[in-house]
Design a protein around this ligand. Sequence first.
Ligand code: SF4
Length: 310
Amino acid sequence: MPWDHLDTGIDKNWLKLDLQKALEAATVPDCSFEGCSRCGVCGTDFGHNVVVDALPIPEFAGEFVPNTERKQRFRVWFGKVGDMALVGHLDLLRLFDRVVRRADLPISFTGGFHPNPRISVANALPLGVTSIGEIADFELTESIDLADFREKLVATLPENIPVYRVEPIDLKAPSANQLLEAAEYLITVAATGSLAENGELERDNPAAVSVANNANWEAWVETIVQSSDFWRVHTTKSGKTQDVNLRDRLHKLELVEQSEATAVLRYAGSCRSDGNLLKPEHIVFMLEQISQQEIQLLQVQRTQLILGYC
Ligand code: SF4
C-alpha cells in the first residue's frame, strides 16, 4: 500500500480480516471496553491498552430549548493578540460560545431551527492580524451586574483575548456592526525595490525586504494625503466590476516610524458592513502607485473600531 512506509503498529493480515468482518457486518468488540482482537498495536513500542468500564448512557433529557428572552445587553471592547491572531473569525465565535457556557453567563439565543447565542462581533478580523480594538455585543436572558459579567468573562477568556471595557447598551440600540463606520490600523510595510525592475519572483521572496535604499516614506505618505483620487477596479462577489476611488475611503494616514526600507504607518479608513472598506492592502496599492516601488505588507494590527451614533 502507498502508506506501507508508515508503521502504525497494526498487523496487515488483521486489516484484511477486519475488512472481511466488516463486509460480513460482523461486530468486532471495542478493545477499550471489551476483549482484545489482537490488531498488533499493543506491545513494547506502543504500550498496552487500558480497559475501562463503559460509562452509563445518560437518560434522554429532551431536546434543548433555547432561552430567547432578551433582558440585558453589554458591549465589550476586547483585543486579539499574540497567537490568537491565528484563530479565524468563525473559531472566535465558537470560542465566545464556549466561554459564556463555562462562565455560566445567561446568554440569550436566537430562535429557529439552528439557535445561536446572541453574540455579535462588530467586524471580522482577517486571519493573522492582531487587534487591540475589537467590539462584540452580548445579549443576556436576565439582568446581571456589569462587574459580575466582566469578572466572569475575563476569568474564562484566554489571556490573549484581553477585555478593555464593558458598557451596558439599550436592548433596542443598533448593533456595533450596524454602527461601524471606520477602523484604525498600524501597518508595517517594506519597500523592496523598483516596480519596473522587480519581477513577481522577487515580490514573493522575503529576502528581498530592505533592498530598496531610496525609500522616502514621508514624501510618499504626504503625496497620498494631498491627492484627491486613487482609482482601483473592484470585482464584486457576483463578478461585476466597478471603479472605486480608494482615496474617498481614507480618513487619515501618518508615518509613525521608519528605518531603512521599512516603515510603520497609522491609517484610519472606512470599515462598513455594506462593503465600503479600506483594507491594509489598499494602502499598499496607493504606496506602490506613488513610489513606483514594490511594497510588502509585513504586519497588521487593528487599533480601533470607530462607531458612528444615530
Ligand atoms: S488491545 Fe491493543 S492489540 Fe488488542 S485490539 Fe486493542 S489496540 Fe489492538
